[in-house]
Design a protein around this ligand. Structure first.
Ligand code: BDR
Ligand code: CA
Length: 315
């Protein structure tokens, strides 16, 4: 059985990823840890508690970082993408149960120590909680099995970031934390925008979910109305990339992804703040920024049809 911590700034695509994890066989979600990002920490934590309650997910929710640990690109939350409440502005009742008193970084450490070598973290927001957990427990890389991150964008022709030409939101929102996690010795796999952009959900896919996936399908249909309005405004089509569910798909079926391996840095200042750079040939560079650093696994290709089929089948 896979034990998973879902570390999330739960907005629309995060909620879809959480349901993907919840319905995947042979997997237990040990904790949901929240972080500020798509919405405020109050709203991302409320959203986690609401989705847990609505879908009867047996899991504790731990509130995490309300802001980045270092300088970040931009202020505020992308309410034009995820709505003011982070879930496409659908209305829903106040969840009857809130988050635990323990903070997210401590919960991550406690679970890693309770299940050494067994916990996979699926991290689909800023990496502030994991960075803080590394401060609390420098042995974390030995204790966690792996970390699968949705974030970044890697140099491929025609691909750009979503908050600057080179930066993706989860990286730009806390670049210091991301660079720390990537260089910590944790077993890290990253699915960036250049790969998630190849896995597109359109209205017919959402309609299939609505018709075949019960309340989960109805919920996804409702929260994606706002999301699709945003994407239609951007590219003229009612469809969206499968961002956060791509990290879950990698966890469940890594064979659907091609990867390249190497030390990976995140730019922490200047106009390229938040840029993710995989160094495939560290000993050939004039800069030593990639030398003698831990490797990350960077996804570079995907079998998009297989990932979409897995999502539909799981839900
Ligand atoms: C990432 O940023 C967040 O808005 C999404 O949930 C996703 O994790 C995409 O850049
Ligand atoms: Ca997210």
């Amino acid at each position: 059985m896979k034990r998973v911590i879902f570390d999330t700034d739960i907005g629309i695509d995060d909620a879809m990823a959480l349901l993907f994890l919840h319905y995947a066989p042979g997997l237990r979600i040990e904790a949901i840890t929240t972080v500020s990002g798509n919405a405020s920490i109050a709203n991302t934590t409320r959203n986690a508690c609401y989705v847990r309650e609505r879908f009867g997910i047996d899991v504790r929710v731990f509130r995490g970082a309300s802001g980045p640990i270092g300088p970040a690109l931009g202020q505020g939350h992308p309410d034009f993408v995820h709505g003011k409440n982070g879930l496409g502005d659908i209305s829903f009742p106040e969840p009857s149960q809130g988050a635990e008193l323990q903070a997210a970084p401590e919960a991550i450490v406690e679970l890693a120590e309770a299940y050494p070598g067994e916990i996979s973290v699926v991290a689909v927001g800023r990496l502030s909680n994991l960075s803080k957990a590394l401060d609390l427990c420098p042995r974390l890389p030995e204790l966690l099995k792996e970390v699968v991150v949705m974030g970044g964008v890697f140099m491929r022709r025609g691909h750009q970031g979503n908050v600057s030409p080179v930066a993706e939101a989860n990286m730009a929102g806390d670049p210091t934390a991301a660079d720390r996690v990537f260089n910590s010795g944790l077993d890290v796999t990253v699915v960036g925008l250049d790969v998630t952009a190849e896995t597109i959900m359109d209205e017919s896919f959402i309609a299939a979910l609505r018709d075949r996936a019960g309340d989960a399908g109805a919920f996804i249909h409702d929260i994606t109305r706002f999301y699709f309005d945003f994407y239609e405004g951007v590219n003229g089509e009612r469809s969206c990339p499968i961002h956060d569910s791509s990290a879950v798909a990698y966890l469940l079926a890594p064979q659907h992804y091609g990867v390249e391996v190497g030390p990976t840095r995140v730019v922490c200042e200047g106009i390229a703040m938040g840029q993710t750079i995989l160094g495939l040939h560290p000993d050939r560079y004039a800069s030593d920024a990639w030398l003698e650093r831990a490797n990350c696994r960077i996804c570079t290709s995907v079998d998009a049809q297989a990932v979409k089929a897995l999502y539909l089948e799981t839900l």
